[in-house]
Ligand binder design. Structure first.
Ligand SMILES: NC(=O)c1ccc[n+]([C@@H]2O[C@H](COP(=O)([O-])OP(=O)(O)OC[C@H]3O[C@@H](n4cnc5c(N)ncnc54)[C@H](OP(=O)(O)O)[C@@H]3O)[C@@H](O)[C@H]2O)c1
Length: 378
């Protein structure tokens, strides 16, 4: 399905340097940053055997890898935050496809574990000597450590960013990880500009929806692929100039028609196995294939010959590597929250579930029943 290109684009992007966001202000506290924050620092422990009722909270636990039924609702104990840590009571938790990968074992994690890489919450305790954080602060975090599917959790203070008062908790949880991913995609890996044509797979998904909005605001012509009509209308609303319903049309053929045979400058491909061949075909000479996910499975190996055919660029990025320092984290989160405030980014939150029903959220996400962001509410 092809749309008439929108006559008006979204409001122009403003970076935090020209439009400071409260979230972009570096926060002074005793830094204790390391590159990896093992989930063990959450100190969530199943308390069924202890009989201890102190500091008990409910959390989702995975004891065995598997389908959504592997997500169990259990009581755990949360301890006190240690050096450089804070305890937060989660108010909204973002569901991301990466949570499915960990549950299935596509990405390894020691068992048992509490899934979840993103949450917004209120600080309930700060570790000894920590400055720059206080009880009652509203903070968000995305990425490691895993363990956000919990009513309360302990995280390193340096992974948390303040949530601007203008952004409500659900919006922040819907946009933090997905928005920073899009920041990485359109601002750091391939800098989208006016005149570019971009192809976005899963254009109505959580990341895809924000990606289309941001690329549109940066001046690109945006082509999105989706599975059905309802998702097509979401993608149009989110700034896609052309939407291809891949269940009805051949993606590469339609992209050639839309671009007059030239192809696109960049393909943002989070689907992987089912899409990467078409993605390569859709690229213009010297185009970028940004393979940032595998919701349909991992793509087969791409050979040097595949790239040499059009002098293509290939990258397989992770947002964790693009927000690895405190400065990078604050810059990415700051731009995302600034774009919410500017009206460049809006979140579509049609799918919220009680935290206890995380299994249902996973089942719906994997069955492609969701569009926009999916949230769990403790
Ligand atoms: N690299 C990174 O740092 C990073 C960070 C965040 C997210 N990601 C990736 O971005 C992607 C999107 O994540 P999300 O949380 O926003 O999920 P999502 O896009 O909301 O959900 C996945 C969508 O992918 C499409 N899809 C196509 N084939 C599928 C299949 N076999 N199974 C399930 N879905 C399929 C579906 O849309 P249609 O119905 O339209 O086909 C589905 O709605 C994921 O691959 C995730 O791993 C990567």
């Amino acid at each position: 399905m092809t749309s008439t290109p929108r006559s008006t684009r979204l409001a122009p992007f403003q970076s935090v340097s020209s439009s400071p966001s409260p979230a972009a202000t570096p926060v002074a506290f005793t830094p204790r940053r390391s590159n990896s924050h093992p989930a063990a620092r959450l100190r969530l422990r199943c308390c069924c055997s202890t009989g201890d009722s102190a500091a008990m909270v409910k959390a989702i636990r995975v004891h065995e890898l598997g389908g959504p039924e592997a997500l169990r609702w259990e009581e755990v104990e949360v301890g006190e935050p240690g050096d450089g840590e804070i305890r937060i009571r989660n108010t909204a938790i973002g569901v991301n496809f990466i949570d499915v990968y960990f549950r299935k074992g596509v990405y390894p994690a020691p068992l048992p574990f509490t899934p979840g890489m993103e949450a917004v919450g209120v600080v309930t305790a700060v570790g000894p000597g920590l400055t720059g954080r206080k009880v009652g602060d509203v903070v968000a975090y995305a990425g490691k450590p895993m363990g956000s599917y919990a009513e309360e959790q302990i995280i390193p203070a340096d992974v948390a960013v303040p949530v601007p008062p203008s952004v409500n908790h659900k919006t922040a949880a819907a946009i933090m990880l997905k928005g920073m991913t899009v920041h990485m995609l359109v601002r750091r890996i391939f800098k989208v500009e006016t005149g570019h044509t971009v192809l976005v797979h899963a254009a109505a998904g959580g990341v895809g929806s924000l990606l289309c909005q941001w690329a549109n605001a940066l001046g690109a012509t945006v082509i999105g692929t989706v599975s059905n009509e309802e998702k097509a209308s979401h993608a149009h609303f989110d700034g896609c100039h052309h939407v291809i319903i891949y269940t009805k049309e051949d993606v590469a053929t339609r992209v050639k028609e839309i671009t007059g045979g030239k192809g696109v400058n960049v393909v943002y491909d989070s689907v992987g196995k089912d899409t990467y061949k078409a993605s390569l075909e859709c690229l213009a000479s010297r185009g970028f294939l940004v393979s940032f996910g595998q919701s349909s499975g991992s793509p087969d190996p791409i050979s040097m010959g595949d790239l040499a055919a059009k002098s293509l660029f290939l990258t397989r990025p992770s947002v964790m590597h693009y927000t690895g320092t405190r400065d990078e984290l604050l810059e990415a989160a700051g731009e995302v929250f600034a774009n919410v405030a500017n009206g460049v980014l809006h979140t579509r939150v049609k799918h919220t579930y009680p935290l206890s029903e995380a299994a249902r959220a996973h089942a719906d996400l994997e069955a492609r029943k969701t569009s926009g962001s999916v949230l769990l509410i403790p």
